[in-house]
Design a protein around this ligand. Structure first.
Ligand SMILES: Nc1ncnc2c1ncn2[C@@H]1O[C@H](COP(=O)(O)OP(=O)(O)O)[C@@H](O)[C@H]1O
Ligand SMILES: [Mg+2]
Length: 450
């Protein structure tokens, strides 16, 4: 095993890359947009391909410097990103987060001839507006919770009062960084959430519209596919852990851990999701003149009546990407380039049959007000366990790596079966320390319980 200057593990295969690149005629310069664990994991996987000759992150984090070059451009600075990609003759851009997609980054890159993984702004409305997504699902006959859309508080409150059920789910329409959804057990909670969103403008323009939907009972899973036009290439299934605390308690977060595969999504259910969700939605998007090309993520509730869609995202999940990349065996540069150039025809990818588990290490105070700026130790010891440490909110400061965000590290490990993968991931996570750091101790409990 070898380590870089900051004590991070460099995969043995990575050392042989220059030789493999040299033997390859058409290696590419690739730009990954974003700075999270998702982007580190994507970049790590892209860097393993002999088709990758240079890798840039905008802006990246402390971990991405081990696999590529960070550039000082923010992920939502559309103009500067297009300028950089043009100037550096980038061959492929992979857009990690949703905001630049909704803001039209993919359109602008394609307009200057740069192959890009990510949907147009029009197609990204599947994530950018929950009301739009709902209208597409209803039109396409996709199984989803019954819902109504409101812009006026009085009408929304009257709808809640008129419902037979006490429970409901209140959602701000626009992008809210995972904070705009309220699962309400009572009508009083729903009234409070609606008043916050519509009257107190808790989410600004993202809350100008609200969607109120029926509460669905079941187990959640993520189904992610690379989609072009009407073609669907499913990734392996995965499952996130949204709540901050053990036993799924406390507030929602960006995600505290993930694993792949998700046993709740059987092969038969996956095939059902392709037919009843992905294909009808792609067809509807094409029919309205806004075909979807990119990564389509269906957040599912697997109910007694089968899988139903909670929401769509138009990009990879974070942290689901981390275990998925640990398991992916196919060449990701090849697959992404096919997607970005409209040549995607394959119907499956190669996966490591083992289970991958990712544990997120977060900063004290997350998800509300994380305490930042503390040096992180233990990278060498964590790497020595064989775990992969993907960085998220980290930066280099005076020779040390410090925490700069709510979610800082994603410790990812493989194992034969859930018990082993979970044990490996925690063995790595235990080695990493900074003031106030914490993680959930029950990642994978649902899969273990099966
Ligand atoms: N109809 C629903 N029934 C039950 N739980 C829901 C429903 N819609 C959303 N949720 C819960 O709220 C979480 C966030 O909702 P989601 O629609 O995925 O929005 P976002 O990810 O943008 O916050 C989901 O992961 C799920 O736990
Ligand atoms: Mg979600």
């Amino acid at each position: 095993m070898t380590f870089d200057a900051f004590g991070r593990l460099l995969d043995g295969r990575f050392e042989t890359l220059p030789a493999r690149r040299a033997a390859e005629g058409h290696a590419m310069k690739i730009l990954v947009v974003g700075s999270g664990g998702r982007e580190h994991a994507l970049g790590w996987k892209l860097a393993h391909s002999p088709l990758c000759k240079a890798l840039y992150f905008a802006p990246g984090n402390a971990g991405t410097t081990a696999v590529g070059t960070n550039i000082a451009v923010k992920a939502d600075d559309v103009g500067a990103l297009v300028a950089f990609a043009s100037r550096e003759a980038i061959d492929l851009v992979v857009i990690g987060p949703e905001k630049p997609l909704v803001d039209g980054l993919a359109d602008k890159l394609r307009a200057v001839g740069i192959p890009t993984v990510g949907p147009s702004a029009a197609a990204a409305q599947l994530e950018g507006s929950k009301a739009f997504a709902k209208s597409i699902m209803v039109a396409a006959g996709v199984p989803t919770a019954k819902a109504a859309t409101f812009t006026e508080l009085a009408a929304a409150l009257a709808y809640i009062d008129g419902r037979a059920e006490e429970s409901s789910v209140v959602k701000a329409d626009g992008l809210a960084a995972g904070k705009g959804v309220f699962v309400c057990a009572t009508k009083a909670e729903a009234r409070a959430a609606l008043t916050d969103i519509l009257d107190h403008n808790a989410f600004g323009s993202a809350g100008a519209v609200v969607v109120i939907e029926d509460f669905l009972e079941g187990e959640e899973a993520s189904f992610i596919a690379l989609c072009h036009d009407e073609h669907v290439l499913p990734l392996a299934s995965s499952q996130d852990h949204k709540r901050v605390g053990d036993g799924d308690t406390g507030p929602n977060t960006g995600g505290m851990g993930a694993y792949s595969p998700a046993p709740v999504l059987t092969k038969a259910l996956e095939a059902e999701v392709v037919e009843t969700v992905m294909k009808p939605v792609l067809k509807a998007m094409k029919a309205r003149g806004t075909p979807f090309t990119g990564i389509l993520y269906a957040g599912l509730m697997v109910t007694a009546n089968g899988p139903m869609v909670l929401e769509f995202n138009c990009r990879m999940g974070d942290p689901e990407t981390q275990p998925l990349m640990a398991r992916l065996k196919s060449d990701l540069v090849e697959v992404f380039h096919e997607l970005a150039t409209g040549r995607l025809t394959r119907t499956e990818l190669d996966w490591d049959p083992r289970v991958a588990v990712n544990i997120v290490i977060a900063s004290a105070g997350y998800p509300d007000t994380p305490k930042l700026g503390f040096p992180i130790t233990g990278f060498k010891a964590a790497a020595a366990t064989g775990a992969l440490v993907f960085h998220a909110g980290t930066a280099l400061k005076g020779g040390a790596i410090v925490n700069t965000g709510g979610r800082c590290l994603g410790v990812t490990a493989l194992g034969d079966g859930f018990a082993e993968a979970i044990a490996h991931a925690y063995a790595g996570a235990e080695k990493l320390h900074f003031e106030g750091s914490f993680y959930r101790h029950d990642i994978g409990h649902r899969a273990l319980g099966r």
